[in-house]
Write a protein that binds this ligand. Structure first.
Ligand code: AMP
Ligand code: ZN
Length: 484
């Protein structure tokens, strides 16, 4: 089976063939560090964390770069409002971003370049654009002349002529044409600035991603990611800069874009004011619920975010996690040398079900990272295992091995999506608690009926689940036996 990815450039699902066999180089536009990120932003990083993890699961050696935009109008304005130095502001929010990503379980990038540490790379690219006659200087500002790059609009499927006709240049603009964009901005008083051949100034936003991605990943790297809103103009401009400066194509082989997180149908955005910070969502629901919520919808489709859906996603995660816990308990009972049956022989069926679930998982993910269907395959495993262990407390050794294999399968597939299972999570494990409570009630009933054999049998069953019971004047209490 071949992995297919939806490429914004071609507008369809293409076979994924990386530049170098067995290796994938990917770049994702990182945050502009002037505020806490919201769950809309988090969807982007969680999406590409999933892409990266699945590629690794598929055997690729993945190199992942993601920048920090630490010089920008929004940063300069926010720092000025707060009366602090922009570098103090950016340091604070880089730290906050790293904390949020760690809390969400997003694997750190292999390379995380700061724009402010790559000014010379950007200057080099701008100079080469000027040399080729694609960029022009006006009083210390440098603009990209979009008309000089005929492929402009290819990514966003816009027509260059329409773009030029559609927007009129402001009367006081120094640009030659409306779609032209700034590569270098001359310094205004009090703004961060660097020396350049055109005087003191700072880079435009678009040039940083072209310069840094090429520096670390080389030309024609495999995957460039970001949210839908970055297709135009940001990614369109990245292509124009990188291909214009090098005279080669394609800058990037596959462009992937995640859909929006909305609130009551409207895009979640700081400018709208309808944002939920990642740290607030984490406090409410935990990282696995957030990840599960996003995985439950295809990464290109919109997701309307609300507390009910988040709680529902948390319960879906618990179902997977509890299953791992249940398997652990059955296997732990074996370690305690409690007698197990031999030769019950149902394991073949379970092992077959595991194999077909894993095949379904891979087929789903190979189809442009269809995580909702992949999760469906994982829930098939939970159903199979639950049927397998239902109403049973004794298993053959082969059956225990098959259950271990089920746990290993869930762990492996979970890893490919960034879901990790801890197993028994105390009160979170509602199925297990309900099960134990029901058994204790049955034992009470047996005792009341003076059916001592039945009561003892139930006590043994509970011991097999690692549950220790204690009859007290207040009723029967139970706890899970600790290791050792
Ligand atoms: P920004 O800091 O605005 O550049 O956003 C960082 C990343 O989050 C970019 O890839 C954006 O496309 C993405 N993003 C921003 N808002 C949303 C949203 N509401 N839903 C999904 N992705 C978003
Ligand atoms: Zn970018």
């Amino acid at each position: 089976m071949v992995l297919k990815v939806h490429n914004t450039l071609t507008g369809r699902k293409d076979d994924f063939v990386p530049r170098d066999a067995g290796r994938v180089a990917m770049y994702v536009c990182g945050p502009t560090v002037y505020n806490y990120i919201h769950v809309g932003n988090a969807r982007c990083y969680l999406t590409f964390d999933m892409v990266r993890r699945y590629l690794a699961f598929r055997g690729y050696d993945v190199l992942y770069a993601q920048n920090f935009t630490d010089v920008d109008d929004k940063i300069i304005n926010a720092a000025a409002e707060q009366g602090i130095d922009p570098t103090v502001l950016t340091a604070t929010f880089i730290e906050a971003f790293l904390e949020d990503m760690a809390a969400l379980g997003v694997a750190p990038p292999d390379i995380a370049p700061l724009a402010t540490e790559h000014i010379s790379d950007m200057l080099e690219m701008i100079e080469s654009l000027i040399d080729k006659g694609i960029a022009y200087v006006v009083d210390g500002d440098v603009y990209y002349e979009v008309a000089k790059f005929p492929a402009y609009g290819r990514l966003s499927h816009r027509d260059l002529a329409d773009l030029q006709a559609g927007a009129r240049v402001d009367v006081d603009s120094r640009k030659k044409a409306a779609p032209d964009f700034a590569l270098w901005k001359s310094a205004k008083p009090g703004e961060p600035n660097w020396d350049s051949p055109w005087g003191k100034g700072r880079p435009g936003w678009h040039i940083e991603c072209s310069a840094m991605s090429l520096k670390y990943l080389g030309f024609s790297f495999d995957i460039h990611g970001g949210g839908l809103d970055l297709i135009f103009p940001h990614h369109e401009n990245e292509i124009a800069q990188a291909e214009g400066a090098t005279g080669e194509s394609p800058f990037v082989r596959y462009w992937l874009h995640n859909g929006f997180v909305t609130m009551s149908g409207e895009k979640m955005a700081k400018s709208v004011g309808n944002v939920i910070r990642v740290r607030d969502a984490l406090a409410e629901a935990g990282p696995m619920a957030i990840r599960m919520l996003f995985l439950g919808t295809h990464y290109r489709s919109p997701i309307d975010f609300n507390a009910d859906k988040l709680a529902e996603a948390g319960r879906a995660y618990d179902r997977l996690n509890n299953l791992v816990g249940n398997i652990d308990r059955i296997a732990a009972a074996l370690d305690d040398k409690i007698t197990v049956l031999t030769g019950a022989g149902k394991e073949r069926q379970l092992l077959d079900a595991l194999r077909s679930a894993e095949a379904a998982f891979v087929a789903a993910m190979d189809d442009d990272f269809n995580a909702p269907d992949a999760l469906g395959a994982m829930f098939t495993v939970t159903r199979e295992v639950n049927t397998f262990i239902k109403d049973r407390t004794r298993f053959s050794l082969d059956e225990i091995d098959a259950l271990d294999e089920a746990k290993a399968t869930l762990t492996r597939l979970g890893d490919a999506l960034g879901l990790s299972f801890t197993g028994f999570a105390g009160s979170a494990d509602v199925n297990f608690k309900a099960d134990v409570d029901a058994k204790i009630a049955a034992r009470q009933a047996a005792k009341a009926a003076k059916d001592w054999d039945a009561a003892d049998r139930i006590r043994n069953d509970l011991a097999l689940l690692d549950v220790v019971i204690e009859d007290t004047p207040e009723g029967t209490k139970w706890r899970v036996k600790k290791d050792g």
